[in-house]
Each structure stands twice: as structure tokens, then as C-alpha cells.
Write a protein that binds this ligand. Sequence first.
Ligand code: MRU
Length: 352
Amino acid sequence: MNDTIDFDRYDRIRPIRWTGQALELLDQRKLPFAVEYVSCEDSDAVAAAIHALTVRGAPAIGIAAAWGVVLAAKTIEADNGATALERIEPAMQRLNAARPTAVNLAWALARMRRVLAAAGADWREVLAREAQAIADEDLAANRRMGALGAALIEPGNGVLTHCNTGSLATAGFGTALGVIRAGVAQGRIAQVYAGETRPWLQGARLTVWELEQDGIAPILIADSAASHLMKTGKVGWVIVGADRICANGDTANKIGTYQLAIAARHHGVKFMVAAPSSTVDMDTASGDLIEIEERDPGELFAVGGNRTAAERVGAWNPVFDVTPHELIDAIVTERGVIERPDAAAMTVAFGR
Ligand code: MRU
């Protein structure tokens, strides 16, 4: 088995581009039929793009928000970082309010605040350097997680993933999809299955497209086919990303993840969460304290703009759920693997 990964082959998509003047975001609402970047010239345009899912995925929205702060800096005058921080705070609050569940957003803004508070007259350069560092560190973390997560997979296994956790959701390579890329590159993974991920179809529209760019041919399944797939014995692991991992290992991720974890346990299929340490929130004790984003029920009434439900029906559209830590076999971050996560194991790995 070859454990080296050819990143030129397996890591080509970049959803976020900083031009020096503006932030270009690959418009994920239009994929896979149009590959178009939208240009954000100010921080409110970035906040709107995060809310509209033009850019999505926990690490990606953190990175986009960091660049949003750099854009906000263009509109204010200040002699030092502390003064700039006061003036930039309202823009940061608007970025932070764009989506509530993924902790990476608040985490990235906290990092930007921290360096700004300590900066001198060169505070604009300090902000730009920090935004770039957040992106660079994410890419490095994903590549490291890929190797760590893939090592857990016995050769010959099939895997099932949910939502999109790839380059599109990160600075590059991906979290769960990074593990899968590494596992395929190393010849461990026999077949990748991807769930559609209703209602926004991140699996069908994004994950399948992204893997095909790498020459990996995934098999798309309806979300409702997952238990049946597990029963056939064709998958040994379910591998997902995370939007927030609590101090006890409870993990928020795309709606539908929880039912996959339940089904996996029932069928003896292992369940892996892959996420950078920026997704770990040791200040939130357990999953019932996480704010779950609820989006416009209208997202459930149509597919691709074509109405599928009768007029005047009700709907409920929570877009994340929480998988209790007891159902998780391994949490993989760039810092290492936590098997059978719980509060004690998380504290050993991440401190308080
Ligand atoms: O609503 P989305 O598409 O932003 O949700 C994304 C997910 O839930 C991903 O699984 C998670 O952010 C991990 S991405 C590396």
C-alpha cells in the first residue's frame, strides 16, 4: 500500500480566493452546472454570501469571515489596532450573525480580534496575514487529518459520507472528504458512497462533482437508502465532518448525520468524525447547548426551483443535528485520533 498522497491530483478545487482587493467565492449554489466565482468587495457582502450558502462548510465560512474582516478594515481609519477593533466590531458582529451553528465562524473572528487588539500602526497588514494564516493552517490540518483518518480504515472497506466536507467546504482537501481522498489514494477504500443530503443536496451537487474532479467515481444514494446500504455490508465506515464538537465529544453536523450514526451502530458500521481543532468548542459542555440553525421552510418545497410540495403546506427545516458522543467511534483532528470520545478524552486532547 502506498501511503503518500499526490496532492496535485487530489486537491485542486479552491472555493475562496483573495485577490488583494476583494474576496472571490466559488458560488456553491450554482454547482455543478456552473463554475462561477462571485466577488465580495465589502464585509457585508461576505456576511450575505455566508448566509446565502454561496460559501458553506464550517472551515470555509470561518476563512471567508476572516477575509471579511480584512475587507471591513478598508472602510475605517485608525492609528492602531485597538482603535481599529472598536470601529470594526459592528462589521464583525454582522459576520458572526450570518450562521449560528458552525463554531469556526466565531473562532476565526476571535482570532482576528486577538491579533487586532495587539497590533500597532500596521494593523491592516496584521489582519491580512492572520486571515491567510487561518486558511493555510486549515489546509495543513486537513492534509494531516487525511493521513490520520485513512490509517483507521482497513483495506477493502466501502465508506459512506454525508453533505460536502471537501475542498469546497474548507481551504482545500477537506475534512471527512480529505480522509476519504487519502483512503482512496492509499488503496484502502474500495467504494465511496455519498448521500444526497436533502434539502440542499450538498452530497448530490457538490461531493459527487468534487470527487469526480479527482477521478474518484462515487455512488450517489438517496439519504433514505443509507440503512439499507449498511445492511448489505458494503460499507465499513461512515465518515462525516463537523460544525461544532463539544467538550464531551457530542458533534453537530449536517441534518441527517445523527440518523446515520444510529443506523451505523445498529449495523456494526464504524462512525468517524473528521474536523480540524478549530471546530472543537471546549466552552460548550454538550450538544444540547448548541444553537441549531433553522432555515427557510421554503427550501423543502422545491428542488432546483421546481416545486415538489403542494401549496400552503407547513414544513420544519433544521439544517444541523447533534450526534451524541456515544455513537462516535473516532474523532480525528490534526492533533490526533480520539477513539470512543467522551469528556475525559476530549479534555486530555484539548485542555479544559
Ligand atoms: O450547511 P452547510 O453546507 O454549511 O453544512 C456543512 C456541513 O454540515 C459539513 O458537514 C461541515 O461543515 C463540515 S465541512 C468540512
